[in-house]
Ligand binder design. Structure first.
Ligand code: 5RP
Length: 220
C-alpha cells in the first residue's frame, strides 16, 4: 500500500478544467503530478506552474502545459507536500530545498492543498529541523543570528559540498526546541539579513489530505 500515492492522487479531485495549478515538489505531490499528467492526456485542460526545476522537468515529461507568473493573474489551486503539519495546519516545508518557490506559489493561490502521510502530522511543530534558505555570502553570520532566536542551524551539505537551491542559495537546517508560536518565528527569521525565506508556512493551508486508519484518503 503506497500511502503517498493514495493522498497524492486524491488531490486531483479538486482540479477542474481551465484551472491554473501550482505544482509542488517532493515524493508525495509526485503522485499528484503523475495523475494530472494522465488526466491531461485524457483531455483535461489545465496550466501548471512548477515550484522547482525537478517538478518542471517532470511536468514537461508528462506534457502538462506550463505557464509563468507573467502570463497569469492568480493560481486557482496549489498542491504540495510537507515535512510536518501541526493541529492548526501550520507547516514545516523545505526538506527538498524548494521552500522559497513553494511559498511564492502557495501565497499566490486561491486554495492551498497539502498532501501528507499520517506520520507528518504532529501536535506542535519542531520534530523536523526547520529549513531556512540563506544567501551564501556571510551565511556563518546569518547562522549566528538564527542562534539568538533559539535555533541550532547546520549547513545542508551533499558529500561535503553545500547543497544549493534552485535559486543558488544555501539551506540551514535549524533545530528549534519550541515552535509553539510558529508565526512569530516565521516573521523573526525573515527579518535577519541574509535570510531569504524559511520553511514555516503559517496560516496558508486550506485543506490537508491524509489517511484514516483504513488507509483511505481523508480531508482534514
Ligand atoms: C520540498 C518540500 C516537500 O514538499 C516536503 O519536503 C515533503 O516532501 P515529501 O512529500 O517527499 O515527503 O517542502 O521543499
Amino acid at each position: 500500500m503506497n500511502e503517498k500515492k493514495i493522498v497524492g492522487e486524491k488531490a486531483v479531485d479538486f482540479i477542474k478544467d481551465g484551472m491554473v495549478v501550482g505544482l509542488g515538489t517532493g515524493s508525495t505531490v509526485y503522485y499528484t503530478i503523475l495523475k494530472l499528467g494522465q488526466l491531461v492526456k485524457d483531455g483535461l485542460s489545465i496550466q501548471g506552474i512548477p515550484s522547482s526545476i525537478q517538478t518542471k522537468e517532470l511536468a514537461q515529461k508528462l506534457k502538462i502545459p506550463l505557464v509563468s507568473f507573467k502570463d497569469i493573474n492568480q493560481i486557482d489551486v496549489a498542491i504540495d507536500g510537507a515535512d510536518e503539519v501541526d493541529s492548526d495546519f501550520n507547516l514545516i516545508k523545505g526538506g527538498g530545498g524548494a521552500l522559497l518557490r513553494e511559498k511564492i506559489i502557495a501565497s499566490g493561490a486561491k486554495n492551498f492543498i497539502v498532501v501528507v502521510t499520517p506520520s507528518k502530522m504532529s501536535k506542535t511543530l519542531g520534530s523536523f529541523p526547520l529549513p531556512v534558505e540563506v544567501v551564501p555570502f556571510g551565511y556563518e553570520m546569518t547562522a549566528k543570528h538564527i542562534k539568538t532566536l533559539g535555533g541550532k542551524p547546520s549547513l545542508r551539505e551533499i558529500s561535503g559540498t553545500p547543497f544549493q537551491t534552485d535559486n543558488g542559495n544555501y539551506i540551514l537546517d535549524c533545530v528549534f526546541p519550541n515552535l509553539s508560536q510558529p508565526k512569530e518565528v516565521e516573521t523573526c527569521l525573515n527579518l535577519i539579513p541574509g535570510v531569504v525565506e524559511n520553511g514555516l508556512f503559517t496560516g496558508m493551508t486550506d485543506l490537508v489530505i491524509s489517511l484514516d486508519g483504513r488507509n483511505h484518503a481523508v480531508l482534514l
